[in-house]
Design a protein around this ligand. Structure first.
Ligand SMILES: [Zn+2]
Length: 250
């Protein structure tokens, strides 16, 4: 067993046996890591912050070569991002983004860009528009793991500028009117939405205001096709947003 050190975000943690926790991290050095923190449940209950989701920590762990479950020996908090915990929508977004990373990455497959994306999101969720951060994060994450939809033209014939396009979430790209029959799930997509998606793929300005709703529905459909299971945190996020959008009648 080799002793390793890593800087990592806690993605989630759950009880293990009577006194331990199994913690899933996303680290700068190793990508996703899972470890057992033995005998810490009482301590963690008294002072939960070290293993609280979204906390940035430094961990020392014994790397097990025959298992994905390592043994955590030390943990120290680098940042706890209190700001995002004080707002329900930011918190719901953070849970959802952490679950996306957990579902879409393999253990010990390093992606420093994903580490930086998590850092960007957790650092800015309390001040920037959470909806913008969600969409930006989703697109950038898909790009990093090579799952971005292709928006450069019709997937079937290559036509780059048809008068209208249809988008297939299943096949991950556009279809022109003559090839549409090859993608039964495809729905019409406006050129505006294509433009906005391309903006999110680059380096958008966070002051930009654009049709987040259309972009959002499309990413949702696309993401659902790529995930093994629908994120449980997504439902929580929808409930929080519904609550926020509800008008109080007096
Ligand atoms: Zn075509």
């Amino acid at each position: 067993m080799a002793i390793q050190k890593a800087e990592a975000f806690v993605l989630r943690s759950h009880p293990f046996r009577s006194s331990s926790l199994v913690v899933t991290f996303f680290s700068r050095e190793f990508g996703k890591l899972k470890g057992v923190a033995k005998g810490v449940r009482k301590e963690a209950l008294a002072n939960p912050s070290s293993y609280e989701p979204f906390t940035l920590v430094e961990i020392v762990f014994y790397e097990k070569l025959r298992s994905d479950l390592h043994l955590i020996s030390e943990v120290s908090i680098l940042e706890s991002f209190e700001g995002l915990r004080s707002n329900l929508e930011s918190l719901a977004v953070a849970y959802y983004l952490a679950e996306l990373v957990d579902q879409l990455t393999e253990p010990q497959d390093p992606h420093e860009k994903i580490f930086k994306l998590l850092d960007f999101a957790f650092r800015n969720l309390s001040t920037l528009d959470p909806q913008f951060i969600t969409r930006f994060f989703e697109i950038q994450l898909l790009s990093e793991i090579g799952l971005l939809p292709n928006l450069e033209g019709c997937l079937s014939c290559g036509e780059p500028s048809a008068e209208k396009f249809y988008f297939s979430a299943r096949q991950g790209g556009l279809f022109c009117p003559s090839c549409r029959k090859k993608a039964p799930d495809a729905g019409i997509i406006s050129l505006e939405t294509v433009k906005n998606l391309k903006l999110l793929m680059g380096k958008p300005s966070f002051n930009e205001k654009f049709g987040m709703e259309d972009v959002g529905q499309l990413i949702d459909r696309f993401m659902n096709e790529r995930l093994n299971k629908r994120p449980i945190t997504k439902r929580f996020l929808h409930q929080v947003r519904a609550l926020k959008g509800r008008k109080v009648m007096v």
